[in-house]
Every structure is written in structure tokens, then in C-alpha cells.
Design a protein around this ligand. Structure first.
Ligand SMILES: *Cc1c(COP(=O)(O)O)cnc(C)c1O
Length: 473
């Protein structure tokens, strides 16, 4: 398959102009059917017709790559396709609820949230769930605060959180932000937790061990029950980073493995849009013992079958306005309800099958395995970032690169359950074609995309948050 991304440029070869630059005619405010005292000219809105506007946004979307354009195997992120019915549900009139409404007047809303708490609790094997945190990272921070409050309540102040070296950066950040010292746990030769290293790291200062399972290499921590016992014997708690839950859905539950706290990345596992800074949700589940420390309010069902708010006795407080990112939660609810138990376990089965199939088809070295929902290949002598840029020329999104660092020049790949065999073969073709190319071809890539090599550091450090900030250039 050949690929060329759309290129919309003006005479100066600049990309699709801003709306404000497209503005050609002066707005004729004299004709505005409003009294003078209600009109203003300071807003500087571009004066454009609907077709001009529609074309502008369509062109921008054509210059972009998304999961609706092709495969998006960005490891750890679970970039699965978001079924459109979840969007339909979120735009129903009934979903537009003012957050200040009284519980009595929004019983349906609360019922949906209550049921979602229940679904997530059952999926994770947790006894109580808060829906407030707006992202996985925020869920981690919430979970760490819950653990802290629990230990303090027991008069057992602990200062350390143990985190595997290969963990996601947000784990370290959440622990540090909550005031803990981070003890970094080196991985074992098989890519899993090394029990001896864990024994050495555990002490009466251990508040928490944070793990994801399957781990970042896509490997299941087979010793998880022993790990849980060791942590609990040391008086610590076990935290499950739910980013990889897609591998376990409907088949195994963190709660049954001995985890005490977990977050769910609903924008990864439960198909709500993800990335681009859009809102997400990172609900947190806990076992019974920790439920009194959850954020307030919780949604509960009363004896009469009504829904109401409830403040847990030793709540850490609020971690988000109102009840969290409601519309994201609606989509997660719709997805879970539509798939049901058989659909969810089918999704995890296919996610695992697809990862293993793709791993078996690519020529790059894949040092560990067999895998769950993702695998980490090594670009070897090639630079993984260059490989990623070149893969774009083959019409696919590249994998996550250079992380985890245990694998040199890592290509962390997660095809997800949504791809069929033909698409997986297209991905394998892209990997293998790039594997055979020389440094020159890689350094020149990407050639077929709208934007070529961009200055990624400047893009992150020199933020232009509105078109006004471009003025005067
Ligand atoms: C994505 C991810 C997170 C953070 O989740 P966000 O929802 O992006 O804040 C944490 N841990 C792992 C392993 C992840 O992949």
C-alpha cells in the first residue's frame, strides 16, 4: 500500500493558514442585528462562512494521523479505535447535565456513575471505586495519597515507595509529588521483578510497591502472589498501574492477585479518545480496608434504591471538580455495557494474540517473550527514533520508542485487539522494510508526511497556545 499524507500549503509553502489569516473581508458590524451597546469589536473573530470553516478543519484532519487513519501501535498507550456509538451516547441531550444539579434531580446520571463504579470494581476485583481522577497519572497520585492516609491513620508513617526501573515516569512523579522517597527496583534477567532485589528493597519504611502486570515489556509477573505476600508481610501495600489492563480484561483481576489499590486508564482500556491533551479519566479502585480514605463524594445507593452522595469517613478530600470528567465516563460506561463479559474477554484475547502474531512476523530482535498485549523489539544498530520517523512513510503510526530502557533502542509495540490480520501484516511489512534500510534513508525520513522532521524540543518548550501568540511574526 502506498501512502502520501495530504499537504495543504499556501503560496509561501506554509501549511493551511490559520482561520484568522483566512479572514479576508472586514466584518460588517453595522449590519449586525444587535444594539450598539451589545456589540464589541475587541473579539476579533474571523469572518468566515460555514463551508470555509468545514474545509479548514477537514484539511487539518487530513494533515494529521490518527487511529481513524490507520494502525496506531503505540506501546503502553493502548491506542484502540473508539467505537462511534460511544460518541453518540455522549452527545445525547440527557448527557448534558449541569454539575450543580441536586442528586434528586439527576438520578439517572448518578445511576450510570454508580454502575460504572460497580463495573470497574468487578473488572479489577476491587471493593470500592472513585471516578474523580482525570487521568491515569492523577489516579496514581490519588492512590498514593490514599495509601499515605491509610498508613498515617494506623500511626505507621512510612517514607518509601518501591518502583521498578522499567516503570512509567508518572509512577516516580506521583510518589515524589506525594512526598515519598523513591526506591528504584532493578529488573531481573527475565525482564520481571527480581524477588531477591525486592526482598532487599523492602523495609519498615515501605509504604507501597507500584507495579503494572503485565509489565512494560508485556510480560506477566508470574510471581505476583509471592510478591504480594512479601509486600504485605513488610507492612506495605501493593499498587496496580492499570495502563496494561487491556491484557487481562475478563480473564484475571488485580484484586485477586493481591493488589490493594489500582487505577484504570479508561482512555486506554475502555475506548475513549486519548492523547492530544484531551480529557481522560483515571478512576481508582481499592480494597475494603482502604475505602474510608477515598476522595469525596462517593456515589452510593440508598436502602430505597435511590442514588446519593456519601463522604468516606477519612477521605483525602476532592481530587477533581464535581464527579470527574463525566462525558469520558459516559463513553467508558457505554463501551463496557455494550461489550459485556464475553466482549471484554474477547478483546483481551485478541489483544494478546495480535501482539504475539506481530512479534513473530518482524525481523527486528525481540529479546523477551511470550508476551501479553505488547512487546518490545530492539532496533539494534539503528536509531529507534529514526525507525519511527521512517515507519510513517509506510502509512502506519510507529511504536513507542526508546522506552523501556532495559531494551536498547526499544520499539515498544501494542497493536491492540482492533487490527485484523491484513493490517498486522501491513505493520510487519513496515517494520521489515525499515529494518533493511540504511542510515541515509532513515535520516531523511519522513518524506511522505505533511510535516517532516519537527523540532520536538521546541514544540514542547516554546508553547504557542493560541493564534494570538503568533501575531507580530
Ligand atoms: C499511560 C500510562 C500511565 C499514565 O496514564 P495517563 O492516563 O496518560 O495519565 C501510567 N503508567 C503507564 C504504564 C502508562 O502507560
Amino acid at each position: 500500500m502506498n501512502y502520501d499524507q495530504a499537504r495543504w500549503t499556501d503560496d509561501d509553502e506554509r501549511y493551511e493558514p490559520l482561520l484568522s489569516e483566512k479572514h479576508t473581508d472586514e466584518a460588517d458590524l453595522d449590519d449586525a442585528p444587535l444594539p450598539d451597546e451589545l456589540t464589541r469589536d475587541a473579539l476579533e473573530l474571523p469572518d468566515l462562512s460555514e463551508p470555509e470553516l468545514a474545509r479548514h478543519y477537514t484539511r487539518l484532519s487530513e494533515m494529521n494521523y490518527g487511529v481513524d487513519s490507520g494502525p496506531y501501535p503505540l506501546g503502553s498507550c493502548t491506542m484502540k479505535y473508539n467505537p462511534k456509538f460511544t460518541e453518540d451516547v455522549a452527545v445525547l441531550d440527557a448527557a448534558a447535565v449541569h454539575p450543580d444539579r441536586s442528586p434528586e434531580s439527576v438520578q439517572g446520571t448518578l445511576e450510570l456513575l454508580y454502575d460504572l463504579q460497580d463495573y470497574l470494581g468487578r473488572i479489577g476485583g476491587m471493593d470500592a471505586v472513585t471516578l474523580q481522577p482525570p487521568a491515569g497519572a492523577a489516579g496514581e497520585f490519588t492512590g498514593v495519597l490514599v495509601a499515605k492516609a491509610y498508613h498515617e491513620h494506623n500511626g505507621d508513617e512510612r517514607s518509601e515507595i518501591i518502583i521498578p526501573e522499567s516503570a512509567h515516569g508518572t509512577n516516580f512523579a506521583s510518589a515524589a509529588l506525594a512526598g515519598f522517597d523513591v526506591v528504584s527496583l532493578p529488573g531481573g534477567d527475565d525482564g520481571r521483578v527480581d524477588l531477591e532485589a525486592l526482598e532487599a528493597a523492602l523495609s519498615d519504611e515501605t509504604a507501597l510497591l507500584m507495579l503494572t502486570n503485565p509489565n512494560t515489556l508485556g510480560l506477566f509477573e508470574r510471581d505476583i502472589e509471592e510478591i504480594a505476600e512479601m509486600v504485605h508481610d513488610a507492612g506495605g501495600l501493593l499498587y496496580y498501574d492499570g495502563a496494561n489492563l487491556n491484557a487481562l480484561l475478563g480473564r484475571a483481576r488485580p484484586g485477586d492477585m493481591g493488589f490493594d489499590i489500582m487505577h484504570y486508564n479508561v482512555h486506554k482500556t475502555f475506548a475513549t479518545p486519548h492523547g492530544g491533551g484531551g480529557p481522560g479519566a483515571g478512576p481508582v479502585g481499592v480494597v475494603d480496608e482502604l475505602a474510608p480514605f477515598l476522595p469525596k463524594p462517593q456515589i452510593v445507593q440508598t436502602a430505597e434504591g435511590r442514588y446519593d452522595f456519601f463522604d468516606p469517613e477519612h477521605s483525602i478530600g476532592k481530587v477533581h471538580g464535581y464527579l470527574g470528567n463525566w462525558l469520558v465516563l459516559v463513553k467508558a460506561y457505554a463501551y463496557i455495557a455494550r461489550l459485556g463479559d464475553p466482549g471484554l474477554s474477547d478483546a483481551s484475547a485478541k489483544a494478546v494474540l495480535n501482539a504475539n502474531y506481530l512479534a513473530s512476523q518482524i525481523e527486528y530482535e525481540v529479546p523477551y517473550g511470550p508476551f501479553h498485549h505488547e512487546f518490545v523489539a530492539s532496533a539494534g544498530e539503528q536509531d529507534a527514533a529514526d525507525v519511527a520517523k521512517r515507519m510513517l512513510d509506510y502509512g502506519v503510526h510507529p511504536p513507542t520508542t526508546k522506552w523501556p530502557e532495559i531494551v536498547g533502542e526499544a520499539l515498544m509495540t501494542e497493536p491492540t485487539e482492533i487490527e485484523n490480520r491484513k493490517t498486522l501484516d501491513q505493520l510487519a511489512h513496515a517494520f521489515n522494510a525499515v529494518a533493511g534500510e540504511d542510515d541515509e534513508a532513515l535520516a531523511a525520513a519522513p518524506e511522505r508526511t505533511t510535516a517532516r522532521r519537527i523540532d520536538q524540543t521546541a514544540a514542547a518548550r516554546d508553547l504557542r497556545l493560541s493564534w494570538q501568540s503568533l501575531d507580530g511574526e
